[in-house]
Design a protein around this ligand. Sequence first.
Ligand SMILES: [Zn+2]
Length: 133
Amino acid sequence: MDAIPTPAEAQGLRTLFAGNPVIGQAERALRTFRNDLHVRDAAVLLASWKHAPELSARERLAVLARFVPPPAARCARCHARIRYVTDGPDPGWWTHTDPAGMRGEGARTPHEAAPDYGHGDEGGNAGPGWPLR
Ligand SMILES: [Zn+2]
């Protein structure tokens, strides 16, 4: 499986390859399987796509970048630091990196890390679908 870009790397790659017809064609080919495809499944499908060998390693990352969420630093429920898992056999999800930093109601309730795009303290890019503040 190809490496998966971090949310920050993915953000840069999406900007760099915006409107690129080759990357767009690859993304559309993968989304024919499922529109809300998980990046982990996108990586597996991309590896078997017939045109994948024609893409450079960087172009393959640019395709996968379109399936990675925007960067976030904190969990929306407990405000502890989080990171997006990009390695290992099961990448593509958020995890708490500092459970001791959990606060409030979220600290008392077991929960999955949820990226916080609401406070604008991660550089102000709330990404599509969220209000920019
Ligand atoms: Zn949390």
